[in-house]
Design a protein. Structure first.
Length: 338
């Protein structure tokens, strides 16, 4: 099959996207597919450049916005649908994280060009990327999520409605880019300013002390629940993409009832956003001293184009159900054709 893998792009998750995309390219080629690696910001990635990129690390921090603009020119190539690498592909495999690659912009262009691609459509992608809207839809579907406010808000409003600590993050961003855990009121404004560097909307969310869990959804199937144990207080950018900074357990050490409950919540979240293909739904399991809250699952977000690096969670969840990485990639392609 002729497949083009889109990776890179112009978001702050560019490095992660390249790492995911190169691994997908290798896996699909190992199954005999004719695969082209393509960066929407720069064009076709040659085999030589593939090797150079594969030898470089994701890094412990996302690239700066200034560095991205210098490296990529700051925008996608125009008229993607007229490029033979796109129009001539039987399936376009999206390995773009964040920004216009994941927020529905690219999906809308591909829809208009009648190009088949992996993952969710433009509306679902946009809904999932917008954490404010997605949390409202979670609530409607009966999926519990942490209380939140949207900036601008006063310190008193945050204290009354949420208390401290809180999580401050861009509303439309991934990989914990621009995210800060704020423990003291005097730290709040600096955290909001940092988040505003990456988005025009900022969310302030009640911090849920507890266990970090994740559930993959592959078509209509849920993968085994995974638990992430980061070295840092939260599963931040460095912990996600640096070997040794987090340990993952698949399946997580939960009771059968707990596993079923959080998997059901993941499926409900997936359906509430009208997602398709492969997605990852992230949760916190509360370890509060409050008996009514302890053990409750809180949905954090849905990731429509989750990471596919060697350290990423979706491949680990698939492996826990006996699916190799090449098998996973081929299944995602199959779902795009369904």
């Amino acid at each position: 099959m002729k497949i083009t893998v889109l990776m890179g792009g112009v978001s702050s998750e560019r490095n992660v996207s390249l790492a995911s995309g190169l691994r997908i390219v290798e896996a699909l080629r190992s199954r005999g597919h004719d695969v082209t690696a393509f960066d929407p910001a720069r064009g076709v990635i040659s085999r030589e450049i593939e090797q150079d990129l594969a030898a470089s690390a994701v890094g412990t921090e996302p690239p700066s916005l200034e560095a991205l603009a210098e490296t990529t020119g700051g925008s996608f190539l125009p008229a993607l649908e007229r490029l033979p690498e796109i129009s001539g592909a039987e399936v376009v495999f999206l390995a773009l994280h964040g920004g216009q690659g994941e927020d529905g912009t690219l999906q809308a262009l591909l829809d208009m060009a009648h190009v088949r691609y992996t993952g969710s459509g433009h509306l679902a992608s946009a809904l999932a990327m917008d954490k404010d809207l997605s949390k409202k839809l979670f609530q409607t579907a009966g999926v519990k999520t942490a209380a939140w406010l949207m900036a601008p808000v006063s310190l008193d409003e945050v204290d009354r409605a949420l208390g401290f600590p809180v999580v401050v993050k861009p509303s439309k961003q991934g990989s914990t880019v621009g995210l800060t855990v704020v423990k003291q009121p005097e730290q709040l404004q600096a955290a909001i300013d940092e988040a505003w560097r990456y988005d025009d909307e900022v969310m302030i969310e009640r911090f849920i002390a507890g266990r970090e869990l994740t559930v993959g959804v592959l078509g209509g199937r849920v993968t085994p629940v995974g638990e992430i144990k980061p070295v840092h207080e939260i599963y931040d950018y460095e912990c996600k993409y640096t070997a040794g900074m987090a340990t993952e357990e698949f399946p997580a050490q939960l009771t059968a009832e707990q596993s079923i409950r959080v998997q059901e919540q993941a499926g409900a979240a997936f359906r509430s956003l009208k997602l398709k293909g492969c997605a990852r739904i992230d949760f916190r399991m509360s370890t509060s001293d409050d008996a009514d809250e302890n053990g409750e699952f809180y949905c954090l977000e849905a990731n429509t184009l989750p990471g596919m690096t060697e350290l990423s969670l979706i491949p680990q969840g698939a492996a826990a159900m006996g699916m190799s990485f090449p098998d996973l990639c081929e299944e995602i392609v199959r779902l795009a054709q369904a």
